[in-house]
Design a protein. Structure first.
Length: 367
């Protein structure tokens, strides 16, 4: 039962009793107020509990309820990716990929944080999604920065969740990193899961995990086409995973320096020459309206689930410097050649000054 909201209040009988010290006839107001006698229940509104700072006053205990039980409240997601899709581009049997920069503030947390996912629609997800959690800062790509405990699988769950982190108390800022581990051989098609966070009766289901994973295809550029990077134009042989390239953020309409997540370099014989740009027939480029255009739109859709328009003479393509690039010719480029594509967070990159799609859409999205 809470203390009175006004009028007479006694240190030992009233405050001491509320704090569970009714048998103690002499208690200090300072020790009662700063949590020495008993930890102050921060589930009470700030005006209904002592602030712990001198000078202390018994009136600070008006309406205080030491046994008050409140559910935790999850605030809006924060950080670099708040409000945006979190997209992983991975290849079946290929490399893992990690994303950091996520956070959420929890009010009134208590005890463990539970994490899980529940299927909404689509196929059962064969790509493994992991999470690392810290209360001190980003877990980083290792999952162990800022005292995080490392990556753990986000389990499928209909009523209970993985214990991601224990012993939360009061108002807590949580930091997350996510990792996608592609299956060695199995694909995912439109797998949609809700991400669950639960603490002290509070629940957050704002984000969704989405997975599409297929095998690597033939969507590539000829090896002679240079990649546009902050350090100048580079041939694909001069670049490594982790290097920076230029890409385009379609959400903010800004050119960004983006890390190379993965490089693929297969050989292909289905090449065409568009002006001086040599690429496979199913590789979409971006036109000046940010629309995908492809020499063979049907193949782009069939193989990679990428909708695109027919690339034709007279089209104007999107360039890194906004210069005019009009398609003057489209010709078959005979022979078998080494090609490449680059996976980036934005799913695109600039090559030969033209914005090209990264590759097939093999992805996990958190919305």
């Amino acid at each position: 039962m809470s203390l009175t909201s006004s009028g007479e209040i006694h240190l030992s009988a009233s405050i001491g009793g509320e704090l569970g010290e009714s048998g103690v006839f002499q208690i200090s107001l300072t020790e009662a107020s700063d949590g020495t006698v008993a930890t102050i229940n921060t589930g009470n509104d700030s005006g209904d509990r002592p602030d712990g700072s001198a000078p202390h006053a018994m009136s600070e205990f008006y309406s205080y309820d030491h046994d008050l039980v409140t559910n935790a409240t999850f605030n809006a997601w924060t950080g670099s990716f708040s409000g945006n899709d979190i997209l992983f581009s991975v290849t079946v049997g290929g490399s893992n990929q990690t994303k950091t920069g996520y956070g959420i503030f929890v009010t009134g947390s208590s005890g463990p944080l539970y994490v899980g996912k529940q299927q909404v629609s689509g196929d059962t997800m064969d790509t493994t999604i992991q999470i690392a959690i810290s209360t001190a800062g980003s877990p980083g790509t290792s999952g162990t920065d800022n005292s995080a405990g490392g990556f753990v699988n986000i389990a499928n769950s209909s009523g209970s969740f993985n214990d991601g982190i224990s012993d939360l108390s009061g108002n807590t800022q949580l930091y997350f990193s996510f990792k996608a581990i592609p299956h060695a051989v199995k694909t995912d098609t439109n797998s949609i899961y809700t991400l669950y966070l639960e603490s002290n009766g509070g629940l957050n289901t704002e984000k969704e995990l989405r997975a599409n994973a297929t095998t690597f295809g033939g969507l590539c550029l000829h090896e002679s086409i240079p990649v546009n990077t902050p350090n100048g134009d580079k041939l694909i042989g001069e670049l490594n995973e982790g290097d920076l390239v230029y890409s385009y953020n379609l959400q903010t309409n800004q050119i960004e320096e983006t890390i190379i997540n993965e490089i693929q370099q297969p050989e292909h014989d289905n090449l065409y020459k568009v002006n001086d740009l040599v690429l496979t027939d199913d590789h979409p480029l971006f036109n000046i309206n940010n629309e995908l255009v492809s020499i063979e739109p049907e193949l782009s859709l069939e193989r990679y689930e990428l909708e695109s328009k027919q690339l034709k003479v007279g089209d104007k393509l999107k360039t890194i410097d906004n210069s005019d690039f009009e398609v003057m010719s489209i010709e078959r480029y005979e022979g078998k050649y080494s090609t490449y594509t680059i996976f980036t967070d934005n799913e695109n990159f600039y090559a030969g000054g033209i914005l090209a799609h990264s590759e097939i859409k093999i992805s996990i999205e958190i919305i």
